[in-house]
Design a protein around this ligand. Structure first.
Ligand code: IPE
Ligand code: IPE
Ligand code: MG
Length: 238
């Protein structure tokens, strides 16, 4: 894929996370129903994620449905669930071609069986791929993930006095590296319960662009901005 931006001059983050936001407003602006915004968002995601992985990013976490999103009207939730099944089935071949391993973060309940089946098929088919990881956060909540980790720790009977940050990470849904760059599209300036543990030292980038319009060149801009950031991790360096 050709790009006008020379990535060899940029810092490429190891782990990028995206809060896919603004589908509903994108549709509203065009006088369309919200579900058309989700269709456009999902189409965009299919090409964008391939581009991002091709730029040297090792892990990409995508927030596609929060635990709280079940509060939305049932027609919208059903449409999103249908889109998940469609996307996971359609993209399986592409993930295999690109050698991408797909993992999921989130709780099963109350996801429909059809979504769980398509998800599990994708996990199984891609489990030995080594070219990068795409982590779909679906029916995901950051507090739920931490709560679930705490429950696992208590049940395991581990000596809690011996437990450190790195050990805790093993009890999360996946033992993924910390997020380097967190992008939320559509101009909202909040985390909405996304990867609370993993975002501790992430650089945040909040473009106004709504997700269906957030394309390759917009991602390039995020990487240019990320390259200019001074990450200090609490040190005195300036
Ligand atoms: C994000 O877009 C997509 C999902 C939650 C799956 P929204 O549906 O939240 O779009 P807005 O925020 O209403 O514009
Ligand atoms: C967060 O977006 C969840 C996803 C993008 C999947 P929301 O649109 O649901 O978040 P709020 O309600 O604006 O905080
Ligand atoms: Mg939203």
């Amino acid at each position: 894929m050709d790009t006008a931006v020379d990535y060899s001059q940029l810092k490429v983050p190891n782990h990028v996370a995206i809060i896919v936001d603004g589908n509903g407003r994108w549709a509203k602006e065009r006088g369309l129903p919200r579900i058309k915004g989700h269709d456009a968002g999902f189409n965009n995601m299919r090409t964008l994620l391939r581009y991002i992985m091709s730029r040297g990013v090792k892990v990409l976490s995508l927030y596609v449905f929060s635990t709280e999103n079940f509060k939305r009207p049932s027609e919208e939730v059903s449409h999103l669930m249908w889109l998940f099944v469609l996307m996971y089935r359609k993209e399986l071949k592409t993930f295999m071609e690109d050698n991408i391993k797909v993992v999921f973060s989130g709780r099963d309940d109350p996801l429909p069986k059809s979504v769980i089946k398509a998800r599990d098929e994708l996990i199984e088919a891609t489990k030995n791929n080594t070219g990068g990881i795409v982590n779909f956060c679906m029916n995901y909540g950051g507090r739920a993930e931490i709560m679930d980790a705490v429950k696992k720790i208590v049940k395991s009977g581990v000596d809690v006095d011996e437990l450190n940050d790195d050990d805790f990470r093993h009890y999360l849904y996946h033992d993924l590296p910390d997020i380097d760059l967190m992008i939320r599209t559509s101009g909202e300036l909040r985390l909405s319960n996304f990867l609370l543990w993993q975002n501790s030292y992430a650089e945040f980038y909040f473009p106004d662009t709504k997700f269906p319009d957030f394309h390759e060149a917009d991602f390039d801009q995020a990487i240019i901005e990320y390259t200019s950031r001074d990450r200090r991790f609490g040190s005195a360096k300036s």
